[in-house]
Design a protein around this ligand. Structure first.
Ligand code: NAD
Length: 452
């Protein structure tokens, strides 16, 4: 069986890729299982060298990978270059890990007690369509560095860059079977990662609904799981903030990648004393947001991923109170303009649910206490921002908002050397940063008796 891959900026078929059946997935898992003893035995310095070489080969193919993502996912060329560069950087960062996977020596009587960080075995990585390259790299780079072998399932809509990364790994000298791309359906390939006993961990990024079913499925084998799920992050603007700066920065914080970003600051909370002033500053910034052919270097936003997704996004705007909309091309492709909606209560559907499109909901608040209460009034807790000149308030609100990552007076994007992940129903576990590596190992304690 094959699946057509479509360019979302034109609606035309780019190519088709195999969609693997159960027997083929099992064969891939089997190969990964057989490759594991050899890969974990590769000397730390040599494993590090191979990962650095993999990073170098990604760098050599950066333009090709970026171009592939522009055509397959409609990402702007600027974003796509950053994304391919992120795979290189994450590989280089975790290439520093094999020689530093250090255990402890713990004082005991009658011998020596030491701990080892043992690799798990085969790790299954399930990737969504919104950031195909970075999310793949956040899983496979630390997993491989820790000595695991990897089977990776890209999203049905966006398999091309993952398939290319699999080829580049082989070109870099990563042994056969160590890193395999297994394209196909979530219900077949993804589910098999959950049910196959040789897969010892599943790293899932995607919707909260599917994430819950994966967590429940993994419980059956007490399988390790990392979940990176949905978000509905708040951007809180206090009256004492630099309003010009906050308004200028707000559009990109929610419309980047056409809003198909789990970290999108899609709920804008504005202190009521500056509400009108802030919306007046926001409107020209939204109207100026450049939505155009993603291969154009000036593009700030491309199309949505599919026709079906555009219908879903449009359903949130129907009947809502539209404050203003930006521009989008007409004609072929799944275009949708940046749209700002006024929420009339925290119960409004577009305020509560993850739209995953270029739609921003705005709600006023009275004071700090109410801002925190409204920001936390969601099952999600992934990201967020707050704008204030009051240092004490910045600290208090940062600690009070229940979210895995927060930025003050900026909308910082993800950095590969700092932790990323969600609180509440936005996820479980952390990716990136110094600690992610241990999500791909189990601690073993060994006691050696010294005898008489
Ligand atoms: P999705 O849950 O539909 O699919 C994600 C992946 O899971 C795809 O590869 C899909 O094929 C696979 N899948 C689907 N059903 C499966 C099943 N039953 N068993 C195993 N695998 C299955 O999500 P999506 O629509 O591709 O992605 C959008 C969602 O991802 C959004 O909710 C977004 O917030 C979330 N997301 C979260 C993060 C994060 O880091 N927290 C990052 C990006 C996207």
């Amino acid at each position: 069986m094959t699946t057509d891959v479509i360019n979302p900026a034109t609606g035309t078929v780019l190519t088709s890729v195999p969609s693997l059946g159960l027997a083929e997935v099992d064969q891939a898992i089997d190969r990964a299982q057989r490759a594991f003893p050899g890969w974990r035995a590769v000397a730390p310095g040599e494993r590090a060298r191979l990962l650095r070489r993999f990073a170098a080969v990604v760098e050599e193919h950066l333009d090709e990978l970026a171009d592939l993502e522009v055509r397959n996912a409609g990402h702007t060329i600027g974003n796509a270059r950053w994304e391919a560069g992120n795979v290189r950087d994450v590989l280089n960062y975790y290439a520093g890990a094999p020689e530093r996977l250090i255990g402890k020596q713990i004082p005991v009587a009658g011998g020596l007690d030491v701990t080892f960080h043992e690799p798990l075995g085969v790790v299954g990585i399930i990737v969504p369509w919104n950031f195909p390259m970075p999310i793949a790299g956040w899983g496979f780079a630390p997993a491989l560095a820790a000595g695991n072998t990897v089977v990776l399932k890209p999203a049905e809509l966006t398999p091309l860059t993952a398939i290319r990364l699999g080829e580049l790994a082989l070109e870099a000298g990563v042994p056969e079977g160590v890193f395999q791309i297994v394209p196909g359906k979530g219900s077949i390939v993804g589910q098999r990662f959950v049910t196959h006993p040789a897969v010892r961990k599943v790293c899932f990024t995607g919707s909260t609904e599917v994430g819950k079913s994966i967590m429940a499925g993994c419980a059956d084998q007490v399988k390790r799981v990392t979940l990176e799920l949905g978000g509905k992050s708040a951007n809180i603007v206090f009256a004492d903030a630099d309003l010009e700066k906050a308004a200028a920065a707000a559009p990109a914080s929610v419309f980047d990648n056409a809003g198909q970003d789990c970290c999108a600051r899609s709920r804008l909370l504005v202190q009521e004393s500056v509400y009108d002033k802030f919306l007046a500053l926001l409107e020209p910034a939204v109207r100026a947001f450049r939505v155009q052919d993603p291969s154009d270097a000036a593009a700030e936003m491309g199309p949505l991923i599919s026709a079906a997704h555009r219908t879903t996004v449009a359903s949130y705007v129907e009947g809502a109170d539209v404050a203003f909309v930006g521009n989008a091309p007409e004609g072929d492709g799944w275009w949708f303009p940046p749209t700002v909606l006024l929420a009339h209560s925290p119960g409004d559907r577009h305020w509560r649910e993850e739209v995953f499109g270029p739609v921003l909901s705005v709600l006023p608040f009275r004071d700090e206490q109410e801002a925190v209460r409204l920001a936390n009034d969601t099952e999600y807790g992934l990201s967020g921002s707050l704008w204030t000149r009051d240092l004490g308030r910045a600290l208090r609100v940062s600690r009070a908002v229940e979210t895995g990552a927060l930025s003050v007076n900026s909308h910082s994007s993800v950095r590969y050397w700092t932790p990323f992940g969600g609180m509440k129903q936005s996820g479980l576990g952390r990716e990136l940063g110094p600690d992610a590596l241990h999500g791909f190992t189990d601690v073993k304690n060994v006691f050696l008796a010294s005898g008489e």
